[in-house]
Write a new protein. Structure first.
Length: 149
């Protein structure tokens, strides 16, 4: 658990705004060798409760790493403002058909030809717990915990 102070509504709004401006997130897992592993991934929104969703292959290395250690980070960087945020959270792998159908997009058949029930189609859900946010204009790093929903 983080010992950061809770984020206030204004800071949460600024972090959400930064995330919404960035097209590619970097999902960071703990590799089996003990080193962090980062990969660029399309972010599928963050709701007001700081729950993130990513879609990937069920047999991918990142799924194995999440199963071994669900503590992950998601990094976002805005090249125009030079602001960044790193969200810390816990990931879970979702494979149930109802959830996969709810998130399914037809364009993904190029990755998962059998559609939302393709055994290789996996959802990674991350519940944000805390973040570090650097505001370049203020030249200040702000660390805060995310209040539970």
């Amino acid at each position: 658990m983080f010992s950061f102070p809770p984020a206030d509504a204004g800071l949460l709004q600024r972090v959400r705004a930064l995330i919404s401006r960035v097209d590619t997130a970097h999902l960071i897992t703990a590799g089996t060798e003990g080193y962090p592993r980062a990969r660029g991934m399309e972010d599928h929104n963050v709701g007001p409760d700081f729950v993130f969703y990513f879609f990937t292959g069920a047999s991918s290395r990142k799924i194995a790493e999440i199963r071994a250690n669900p503590r992950v980070s998601i990094a976002y960087y805005d090249p125009q403002s030079h602001d960044y945020v790193c969200v810390f959270g816990r990931a879970e792998v979702i494979l149930d058909d109802a959830t996969r159908r709810a998130f399914w997009e037809p364009a993904w058949t190029r990755y998962w030809p059998a559609g939302p029930t393709d055994p290789e189609f996996a959802i990674v859900r991350i519940i944000g717990e805390a973040f570090e946010y650097f505001d370049m204009q203020e030249e200040k790093l702000k660390c805060a915990s995310i209040p539970p929903a």
